[in-house]
Design a binder for this molecule. Structure first.
Ligand SMILES: Nc1ncnc2c1ncn2[C@@H]1O[C@H](COP(=O)(O)OP(=O)(O)OP(=O)(O)O)[C@@H](O)[C@H]1O
Ligand SMILES: [Mg+2]
Length: 416
């Protein structure tokens, strides 16, 4: 069987300050097969989250992939990632604010703000030509009396006009990425459609493959409270997963998708109009899962998604994950510091310690016969589920470094 996701010899480095580097993930190799839940278990700081983020090119700026390959359906994704990351770091990222007023200086005319933007792109161009370009843009945006309008101050423009100008300014800078923070909420419906059309147009130019990969593989994080925007209703949160993608057909279709996604996580459709604060922790995590599911992913990356939940709710979410897996034929990379949680949902487990995989086996084999001393300690710690239990008596790093994995029993690999 071919793996859906294949990580080979992955290394990740963290830069702390100018001179200091630290290898936080070292030579990790694992596969996630179709319809499988692969668990990564390890204590805090062992590199679980960075490993997960690296798969989707979401690493923080301080972190860098130093070695290895990542394949999704036998296709290398790192070349795309490198390209995108380079561009994001090197180039400007345009940010479209929710309130258009914030991107305009009230003391400058619209014309001078626009000229300033053009000036950055055409530093040697005559002022006259920049003004002509600005006029052309206003005309394109169906703003009448364009020449006169250039002399207006921001407060003389309506919110919708300002927003259109703002988007045009973002577009002429030809950015690789536009971050749109609810750009359409303050606009009327026809302008909304226009703005979305502009954004989609631009989006077509983006790296399609990586986008597709990101959609196919969704990351659900540790902390549902923080990953859900408190200012958005559940409906909007769910839409945000698909809005600027090919999955967005129309509002009615999106609504049906949202209802279906809620059904899948056993929440009722009347909750669509509510805000994240109006839910319990367990329900919020369900919403985060629904937001991932609405994009019809093939791979889910679940990073400590039950750690913040009480035992009974934790079990319910884990059962939900198991049900979704069989319903949807999902492949899941399931990350947790807790061996009992991982063993409950996973088919196979990899044990991570200080950025290295120490043992990998089917759940049953690992639980019946934990071989590495570190895994044995994790195993013994299970009955006492309190935090910090795992941290005691760990083998020093020297003992585990640079030891290749060996197959000690069928499909049971141990660093040795
Ligand atoms: N943005 C960052 N800047 C600097 N160092 C970081 C950053 N993110 C992670 N690290 C470091 O990288 C190492 C691995 O971190 P990672 O977040 O992957 O651990 P983890 O296994 O997910 O831990 P936890 O269980 O606490 O979530 C840690 O030493 C951490 O301090
Ligand atoms: Mg983490």
């Amino acid at each position: 069987m071919n793996p859906l996701l294949s990580v080979r010899n992955l290394g990740i480095e963290i830069h702390r300050g100018q001179m200091q580097k630290q290898q936080v993930v070292q030579d990790i190799t694992f596969e996630v097969y179709e319809k499988e839940i692969f668990g990564v278990v390890g204590e805090s700081g062992s590199g679980k989250t960075l490993t997960a983020l690296s798969l989707l090119a979401l690493l923080p700026p301080a972190a860098k992939i130093t070695s290895g390959s990542i394949q999704f359906k036998n296709k290398d994704v790192l070349p795309y990632q490198e390209k995108v990351i380079r561009e994001l770091r090197g180039k400007e990222i345009s940010y479209i604010f929710q309130e258009p007023g914030r991107s305009f200086d009230p003391l400058h005319t619209i014309g001078s703000t626009m000229s300033e933007t053009f000036r950055r792109i055409y530093p040697m161009e005559k002022q006259d030509l920049l003004t002509q370009k600005s006029i052309k843009i206003l005309q394109d945006l169906h703003i009448s009396h364009a020449e006169r309008r250039l002399k207006n101050y921001p407060h003389q423009f309506s919110g919708g006009m300002l927003q259109r100008v703002m988007i045009a300014l973002a577009l002429i800078q030809n950015p690789q990425l536009i971050i749109a923070d609810e750009p359409t909420t303050s606009l009327d419906v026809t302008i909304q459609a226009e703005v979305i059309r502009l954004l989609i147009e631009l989006q077509k130019k983006r790296r399609k493959d990586l986008r597709k990969f990101r959609l196919l593989a969704r990351y659900i994080s540790q902390d549902p409270a923080r990953s859900l925007d408190p200012r958005m209703t559940v409906e909007k949160i769910l839409y945000s997963g698909i809005r600027y993608t090919s999955l967005w057909v129309n509002q009615k279709n999106a609504y049906q998708r949202a209802v279906r996604a809620l059904e899948l996580v056993e929440l009722d459709s009347h909750m669509l109009s509510r805000y994240p604060v109006e839910f319990s922790g367990g329900q919020r995590q369900r919403i985060a899962i629904a937001r991932a599911l609405i994009t019809e992913p093939e791979v889910l990356i679940c990073d400590e998604i039950v750690s913040s939940l009480d035992m009974p709710i934790r079990k319910k979410i884990l059962d939900l994950i198991l049900r979704l897996k069989s319903l949807y034929h999902l492949s899941i990379l399931f990350i947790s510091h807790d061996l009992s949680t991982v063993s409950y949902v996973c088919d196979r487990i990899g044990v991570l310690y200080k950025g290295r995989l120490l043992e990998e086996a089917r759940v049953k084999d690992l639980m019946q016969n934990p071989i590495h001393p570190y895994t044995q300690r994790l195993y013994r710690a299970i009955p006492k589920l309190e935090k910090n239990v795992f941290i005691q008596d760990l083998p020093p790093l020297q003992e585990v470094s640079d030891m290749p994995m060996r197959e000690m029993a069928p499909e049971h690999f141990v660093a040795n």
